[in-house]
Design a protein around this ligand. Structure first.
Ligand code: NAD
Length: 491
């Protein structure tokens, strides 16, 4: 084991207007999903403390939005460097509160640092546009201006990456933030905020709160001060939040659930498909919005595919991230284990063969066996084909025609990541055109990196994170039409 868990501080208070303060609404345990033990506590904000956080973000906005973009970017880049410096602490923190393996925790910290750095580099490069006017001497300028104080609410499963994607873009754009992080991963959120403060972020620019999620989100979306809400989490909660934000016309970005299909065509190399996708399927114990979860395999390769994926799944070593050799970690809590057991049983009731796994692992903590569910017909009503499994479980079904495969892939009510394995350019073009998916990996994974915009479709959400588009989600394109010539110019 090369993770030094003594470096991690697993409790988190609120951070309001530049001070760390205990919450007035009590505290929840921070639990290590890898053994079920309490490792810290998360402070819960009272309504007056959420109100103070909103006021702090409001008061900090004029100065922060007027800070030169390059100076805002410097803070983000310094925070990226600090995260790298404190990488071992960050890895230990993530591993302990999310149940990830060491490799997954290290991978996440690398991506989080890259995300802060990239947004820092872009802050001074957010493009404005100039259009010629019609009248002599007139012109029109389209100028991105920061929206104002914004709310960001994040899921627990990639606590560092999700925080840095949202905070990086909002701060680069010049917005101030009330950050409601997940109560299931509070210490990682605390660490990211600490790094920003150490890097020079002024008081009030980012305020961190935890609490009763429903009450806090209602307060945020009912506040006239909050101009946008960027949310990452489940589709059900996203729909609730979008409805809450609508009456006040608060702009929303919704990064929601996924149920990624993998289309394996008859010319694919089965070993390559499994070697490529297994990392995304079983990494973070399958708790990723882009995790492949429904394999549709051409009938000519089906038997070979099931046998090889089953062997791969069974080869994972399940355990706590601090144990040597562990390659598959825990799921978030017992509720996730129960949901996965239910999905596997329901699939078996619908005629599937549980080729491997299907049960809770008999040890302390919250572990579900790596599981392959084979043989569901394409039109099966088994819940696992429509419900986001969010765990180390995958179905494998066989198809004979491309039409059948596309229809089956499109049948789930999500439209986020999807994967295709083929050497045919024609098939690639057709699948990219017809698949309900916003993030398609062709013969490779479908990573969400900081430099490219990515957003959901349908029940997977809307709006973009990443790229300049992700920064512009926190900006208003203000149109200025001006003339230095004809005073009667109208266009
Ligand atoms: P979740 O929806 O339960 O929680 C997300 C956030 O919403 C947390 O901060 C939580 O405290 C808060 N929340 C929970 N219930 C709420 C309520 N009733 N009102 C207001 N806020 C509430 O999701 P989770 O379990 O933390 O994360 C898993 C989900 O997130 C999965 O569906 C996964 O696919 C999705 N996700 C999507 C992306 C993406 O980029 N599209 C990335 C990561 C995770």
């Amino acid at each position: 084991m090369s993770v030094d868990t003594a470096l991690a501080r697993m409790s988190a208070d609120l951070f309001v207007n530049g001070s760390w303060i205990p919450g007035k609404a009590g505290a929840l345990d921070n639990v290590d999903p890898g053994n079920g033990r309490t490792i810290g506590a998360v402070s819960l904000a009272g309504a007056d403390q959420v109100a103070e956080a909103i006021t702090a973000a409001e008061n900090a906005f004029p100065a922060w939005s007027a800070t030169p973009a390059a100076a805002r970017g410097d803070i983000l880049r310094r925070a990226a460097a600090l995260l790298a410096d404190r990488g071992e602490e960050a890895v230990a923190t993530i591993l302990l509160e999310t149940g990830k393996t060491e490799a997954d925790a290290r991978g996440e910290i690398g991506r989080a640092a890259e995300t802060l750095r990239w947004n820092g580099e872009q802050a001074g490069r957010i493009p404005a546009s100039v259009f010629p006017g019609v009248a002599a001497g007139s012109r029109r300028l389209s100028i991105p201006t920061p929206l104002g104080p914004v709310a960001v609410i994040t899921a627990w499963n990639f606590p560092a990456v999700l925080a840095t994607r949202k905070l990086g873009a909002a701060l680069a754009a010049g917005c101030t933030v009330v950050f409601k992080a997940s109560e299931f991963a509070p210490a990682t959120a605390r660490l990211i905020v600490e790094l920003l403060v150490e890097a020079g972020l002024p008081a009030g620019v980012v305020n961190l709160v935890f609490g009763d999620p429903q009450a806090v989100s209602e307060q945020l979306t009912c506040s006239a001060a909050i101009k946008a809400l960027s949310f990452t989490g489940s589709t059900a909660v996203g729909k609730t939040l979008a409805a809450q934000a609508a009456p006040n016309l608060i702009r929303t970005v919704m990064e929601l659930g996924g149920h990624a299909p993998v289309l394996v065509m008859d010319d694919a190399d089965v070993d390559h498909v499994i070697a490529t996708t297994a990392a995304a399927k079983f990494g973070s114990a399958g708790q990723s919005c882009v995790a492949p979860s429904r394999y549709f395999v051409h009938e000519s390769l089906y038997r070979e595919f099931v046998d090889k994926l089953t062997a791969k799944a069974a080869s994972y070593i399940v355990g706590h991230g601090t144990e040597d050799g562990v390659t598959l970690g825990a799921v978030a809590h017992q509720g996730r284990v129960d949901a996965l057991v239910r999905l596997a049983r329901d699939a078996a009731d619908h005629g599937a063969v549980i080729a491997t796994g299907g049960r809770q692992v008999d040890r302390d903590g919250f572990y579900f066996e790596p599981t392959v569910v084979a043989g569901l017909p394409l039109d099966s009503n088994a819940m696992i084909l429509s419900e986001e499994p969010f765990g180390p479980i995958a179905t494998v079904s066989s198809f004979s025609t491309l039409d059948e495969a596309i229809a089956a892939a499109n049948a789930a009510p999500y439209a986020f990541a999807a994967y295709l394995f083929t050497n045919s350019m024609d098939v690639r073009d057709e699948v990219v055109r017809r698949l309900s998916a916003s993030n398609i990996g062709v013969n490779q994974l479908a990573p969400s990196l900081p430099d490219v915009p990515l957003g959901g479709l349908g029940n997977s959400g809307y709006g973009y994170e990443g790229g300049i588009e992700g920064i512009l989600a926190f900006a208003q394109l203000r149109l200025v039409s001006e003339t230095a010539g004809d005073p009667h110019a109208r266009r």
